[in-house]
Design a protein around this ligand. Structure first.
Ligand code: SF4
Length: 147
């Protein structure tokens, strides 16, 4: 059993999490590295608290108390317009202060968002292929099913 926490971008704080929960069930997106045979429990779900991300200081502590070993920064941080400028800070902070692993991404990037970002210069400057490798390496057929 693997226990995870999910932190979403506060710009989408009313999101019901449908794509994230579906992706975990289907083991796609950033959940693709968990085998289907492995039970994965979501022990915490919250948002960053709004720019510049004040909740990042606190919510990982609650998730850790509930047994979280891995924190997922949701795909919305990667594909929002613009992408969150603080992803690397959040990752370093959570890993250093709480000793938890951080994975950037949850559900697959919807293909239509990827195509829009490809037309924007800052996407290429943000080094997303390295930051969110699980999402960017995913086949297009899967991304299209999340449009
Ligand atoms: S862009 Fe980043 S800091 Fe701003 S609300 Fe979204 S996740 Fe939080």
């Amino acid at each position: 059993m693997i226990k995870i926490g999910i932190i979403i971008c506060a710009r989408y704080k009313n999101c019901g999490g449908g794509k994230c929960f579906r992706a975990l069930r289907e083991r796609v997106g950033a959940f693709s590295h968990y085998p289907l045979t492995e039970l994965v429990e979501i022990v915490g779900y919250s948002n960053c608290g709004g720019c510049p991300g004040g909740n990042i200081e606190y919510v990982p502590a609650e998730m850790k108390k509930n047994g979280a070993e891995i924190i997922h920064l949701a795909t919305g941080l990667v594909v929002g317009y613009p992408p969150c400028p603080n992803i690397r800070y959040f990752q370093t902070f959570i890993e250093t202060i709480y000793g938890l692993s951080v994975v950037v991404g949850t559900h697959p990037i919807p293909q239509k968002y990827l195509e829009a970002h490809a037309r924007l210069s800052f996407w290429n400057d943000s080094n997303m292929s390295e930051v969110a490798a699980y999402l960017l390496q995913e086949p297009e057929e899967i991304k299209k099913t999340y449009d």
